[in-house]
Structure formats: C-alpha cells, structure tokens
Design a protein around this ligand. Sequence first.
Ligand code: XBP
Ligand code: MG
Length: 258
Amino acid sequence: MDKLSALIFDVDGTLADTERDGHRVAFNRAFEEAGLDWFWDEARYGALLRVTGGKERIRLYVSEDWPDLLGAPDIDARIRSLHAAKTRHYLALLEAGAIPLRPGVRRLLQEARTAGLRLAIATTTTPENVTTLLRTTLGTEGLRWFEVIAAGDIVPAKKPAPDIFRLALSELGLAPTVCLALEDSENGLRAALGAGLPTVVATSGYTRDQDLSGAVAVLDGFGEPGAPVTVQAGTPPAAGHVDVASLKTWHRLAQTGL
Ligand code: XBP
Ligand code: MG
C-alpha cells in the first residue's frame, strides 16, 4: 500500500473562504470602476460559480445578460481588462487582511510539514492571488511551504478538467496514489478525481449542496481542537478535527476501502 507523501490544496473555498466577500466584491468594484451597471449579488455569483476562472465567469454573465456584446470585436480585450481590474481590487482586499485562512488551515499545514508531508497547490485562480493570499496570511516563510503552485491560465482546461492537478503531480514528480487532494467544490472534486487523486472535501458557503460523491470524506471544514467538524460523508476524523492522522486514514481507506 502506498504511503501518503504529499497534500495538494485547492485555494478558493479551501484554504480561505474567498468567493462571497473577496472575488465577488472585487468583480463588482471592477464593474463600477468601468462605469457598468453590472452587479453580482450573492445568489447570482453562486450561480456563476459553476464556471471556474474569472474571465470565463465574466463571459458566462455576458452570454446570459448581454448576449449582443459577445459579438463585439473587442469583447475579448474588454473581458481581459475587466478581469485585470478585478484582480487589482482582489489583491487590495488581500493586502488589507480582509480574507483570512479558514479555521484549522494554518494548524494543518504546520502539522503536515512537521510530519514530513510535501505541500502543493492546484487552483484555477490567478497566480498572484495565490502568492498574495499566502504571504498576507502565512508570511513570506509560509509562502515557501509550498513546493509547487499550479495556478490559473497555465493549463488549457480549467477545473473540472484534471489538467491543473496533473500539472501539480508532474511538478512534484509523484503518482496520485501517494497524494491526497483537498478541495471545496464539485468542480474541484471532479478535477482531482480526474487526475486519479483521492480527495477530501471541506465544503464552503457555496458548495455544501453540490454533488460531492466520490470524495473519501466530506466535511464542513477542517475544524480545530474543541471545534469539531460536521461530517457529511465518510469516516469521521478520530480527533474530531482534520489532522495528519485523519488524512493518513482517509488516504488508506481510499486505497484499500478498509
Ligand atoms: C476558484 C475559481 C477562480 C476564482 C476567481 O478557483 O474558479 O476563478 O473564483 O479567481 P479554485 P480568478 O477553487 O480552483 O481555487 O478571477 O483569478 O479566476
Ligand atoms: Mg475551490
């Protein structure tokens, strides 16, 4: 049976609950700055989240609400420009400390490093969003905890395609059987499973009602000592919160079913 060697983390919704009060707010600020009367409320953003990638999400919105714009000769450039502005606003939110790590994430990362587990990231979001989130929450030292950061447009197909997880595995030089993916959403779970990765899902505000079948465990977060997680599917963590021992148990169960 293969020993667990590495954890591959998703970012948005997994390391931090970034969507409702982070990315969504940044999109709306970019629209306002561009003089557009576009506004994504929480419910609409939740629906648009079915598409990963900020530029792809803007295009989906345009196709639904402003379909005539899709034919404009400069539509690609306008989407890129809007998304660049959105990223600027999102980075400003991160620098202001507006987006903390989810409870238990810092503890779990430190425990994983102490246990000698290698750490990587596989995310759809823009690379600078990742490095800035890590730096503003874990410091420049924390940024170095991750050997691989696979992010954004670096792959042709975004989640639920497995490309970004396959890239992370390739850069780690590891087989999926010695790794565990940590995700928050159905798109992310499908991507990780597509890459052959056993996957633990910590649902976030927008994802707890999604189809998360195939995950080795589905929880409402990572928990902390004294603040146990609620288990939606799979074997509950013995300690009540996610720790390295529970990750190793889930990894073994994914391989043996026992
Ligand atoms: C989540 C996404 C990203 C973010 C927005 O990525 O789908 O598109 O919503 O970031 P993941 P960008 O869950 O894989 O971390 O605007 O930079 O795409
Ligand atoms: Mg996610």
